[in-house]
Ligand binder design. Structure first.
Ligand code: TYM
Length: 330
């Protein structure tokens, strides 16, 4: 069976963008692939997090993984920091990545361009830890949204270079980007990605948003004055974003939606999108409420960490022997 691996960094509450671009697809693939999915909690601390808030976000994220339908019997689900090998392989990967490559990472460049002060070294080397997260498990595919594609490509380059230098060690993974919904945009500024760091912003729907709040956010989404429901990301980014959200959640092709709403006003179209969003959130939140008070989270993380640690220790051992730092037989 082919393997897939992915992770989410819950540095805030998980968003509809995380769900459509990534999480929903993990669930879709878990019957046909061996899924390895984790919560990237080490990645979270590349930017300061209030410790209490972070703990809550991490627990919520595990509950949401389960609430959206990830099945711990089928998928390996774990917390990154509980598999110690990630940090170790992360350092080794940092030693096999060039500064020039990290300087080209757009996420880092964006932060620098915003003149954010006190950027940590961790945020700069973050892609090398992500490389380790991936290569540790030799996945065939890495399902991610569009914004993570550059990091997966860096991972591929690093793996290829490592294999050339030290002999065949890592499988070269392919990024798997959804054709619809790979980049869900902010509802209040549809030229910008919907992001969990947009605290208090009307542009971001969180999976645990109050249903009325979520509905209002869709109803007040920025559109345009062309007055026609059309898929045109350049001239109608707001409407196109809403079409993508509807299409991803309702599994209706965009073409069909455009046909259905061709004579509708924006108000009517938004109402339909809001309903699809609220229906999806209702199911997720009902399951979440049952999970968060049960001990399934503990059990899932215990089992996941055990399974992942087994795979990770074998891989790290192999890597350390290849590069010459392991001198004892284990
Ligand atoms: P993160 O936490 O920023 O995002 C998690 C996943 O959600 C996708 N995503 C989106 N997709 C569509 N529209 C959006 N607006 C949107 N916002 C986020 C992301 O593309 C991603 O797939 N570095 C990663 C976490 C990570 C990881 C890994 C992923 C760490 N190690 C190894 C894959 C493999 C991150 O910060 O994702």
């Amino acid at each position: 069976m082919k393997r897939m691996l992915s992770g989410i960094k819950p540095s805030g509450q998980l968003t509809l963008g995380n769900y459509i671009g990534a999480l929903k697809n993990f669930v879709k693939y878990q019957d046909d692939y061996e899924m390895v999915v984790f919560i990237a909690n080490l990645h979270c601390i590349t930017v300061y997090q209030d410790p209490q808030e972070l703990k809550k976000n991490l627990k919520d994220a595990v509950a949401l993984y389960l609430a959206v339908g990830l099945d711990p019997e089928k998928s390996i689900i774990f917390l990154q920091s509980e598999v110690l090998q990630h940090a170790q392989l992360g350092f080794i990967m940092a030693c096999n990545t060039y500064l020039g490559e990290l300087n080209r990472m757009t996420q880092f460049k964006d932060k620098q361009a915003k003149n954010e002060t006190n950027l940590s070294a961790g945020i700069y080397t973050y892609p090398t830890l992500m490389t380790a997260d991936i290569l540790m498990y030799d996945p065939d595919f890495v399902p991610v949204g569009e914004d993570q594609k550059q990091h997966v490509e860096l991972c591929r380059d690093t793996a290829q270079r490592f294999n050339n230098k030290y002999g065949e060690t890592f499988k070269i993974p392919e990024p798997l980007i959804p054709t619809v919904g790979a980049r869900i945009m902010s509802l209040s500024n549809p030229t910008k990605k919907m992001s969990k760091s947009d605290h208090g912003d009307k542009g971001c729907i969180y999976l645990l948003d109050d249903l009325n709040v979520a509905r209002k956010k869709v109803m007040s989404a920025v559109t345009d004055d062309l007055g026609k429901v059309n898929f045109d990301t350049v001239n109608q980014p707001g409407i196109s974003n809403l079409l993508q959200i509807h299409s991803s959640l309702s599994h209706t092709p965009i073409k069909e939606l455009v046909e259905t709403f061709k004579d509708s006003g924006y108000g009517e179209f938004k109402k339909a999108v809001a309903q699809v969003v609220v229906d999806e959130l209702t199911i997720i939140q009902e399951r979440y409420k049952q999970i968060i008070t049960s001990n399934i989270i503990e059990e899932t993380l215990d089992n996941g960490a055990k399974k992942a640690s087994y795979l990770a220790s074998k891989k790290l051992n192999k890597v350390q022997r290849k590069i010459g730092i392991e001198i004892r037989k284990r």
